[in-house]
Ligand binder design. Sequence first.
Ligand code: HEM
Ligand code: HEM
Length: 126
Amino acid sequence: MNKLSNWFLRMAALYLILGVSLGLFMAASHDHSMFPVHAHLNLLGWVSMSLFGLFYRAFPQAAQTGLAKAHFWIYVPAHFLQMVFLTLLFRGNTQIEPVLGVVSSLVGLAVLCFAITVWKSTRLAD
Ligand code: HEM
Ligand code: HEM
C-alpha cells in the first residue's frame, strides 16, 4: 500500500487529461494565448506528479515521512490554485499576480520538500 504514490499518479492522469484537452482546444481554435497554462498543466501536473508518484513507488519508506506528506499537501492544492490564477492572469486579471506569486512560491516550497526527501532516501539506499 502506497497511498501517496497512488494519489500522485491519479492526480497526474487527471492533469494529463486537462493539459491535452487545452492543447487540443488551442490547436483547434488557433488561439494559443493560454499556452503557458497548457505547458504547466502538463509539466507541473502530468510530468512532475508522475515522477513524484514513481519515485514514491521506488522508495516506499520515503512516502511514510512527514516531509513527503508536506510535499503532497502543499504541492497539490498550491499547483491547482496556481493554474486557476495563471488562467485568470492570462484572461486579463492582472491584479491576481501577487497571489499567483504566493501559490507559486508554495509550489517551490513543496518541490524543496521533495528534493530533500530524494536526497535523504537515496543516501540511505547507497
Ligand atoms: C494532443 C496533445 C497536445 C496538443 C494538441 C498540444 C498543443 C499545443 C499547442 C497548440 C501549443 C502552442 C504552440 C505555440 O503556440 O507555440 C503547445 C505548446 C506546448 N505544449 Fe502542447 N499539446 C499537447 C500535448 C502536450 C503534452 C503532453 C505536453 C507535455 C508533456 C505538452 C507541452 C507543451 C509545451 C511545454 C508547450 C510550450 C512550448 C513553447 O514554449 O513554445 N503538450 N501545445
Ligand atoms: C513554481 C514553479 C514554476 C514557475 C513559477 C514557472 C514559471 C514560468 C514562467 C514565468 C515562464 C515564462 C512564461 C512566458 O513567458 O510565457 C515559464 C516558462 C516555461 N516553464 Fe515554467 N515555471 C515553473 C515550473 C516549471 C517546471 C517544473 C517545468 C518543467 C518540468 C517548467 C517548464 C517550462 C517551460 C517548458 C516553459 C516555456 C513554455 C511557456 O512559456 O509556458 N516550468 N515558467
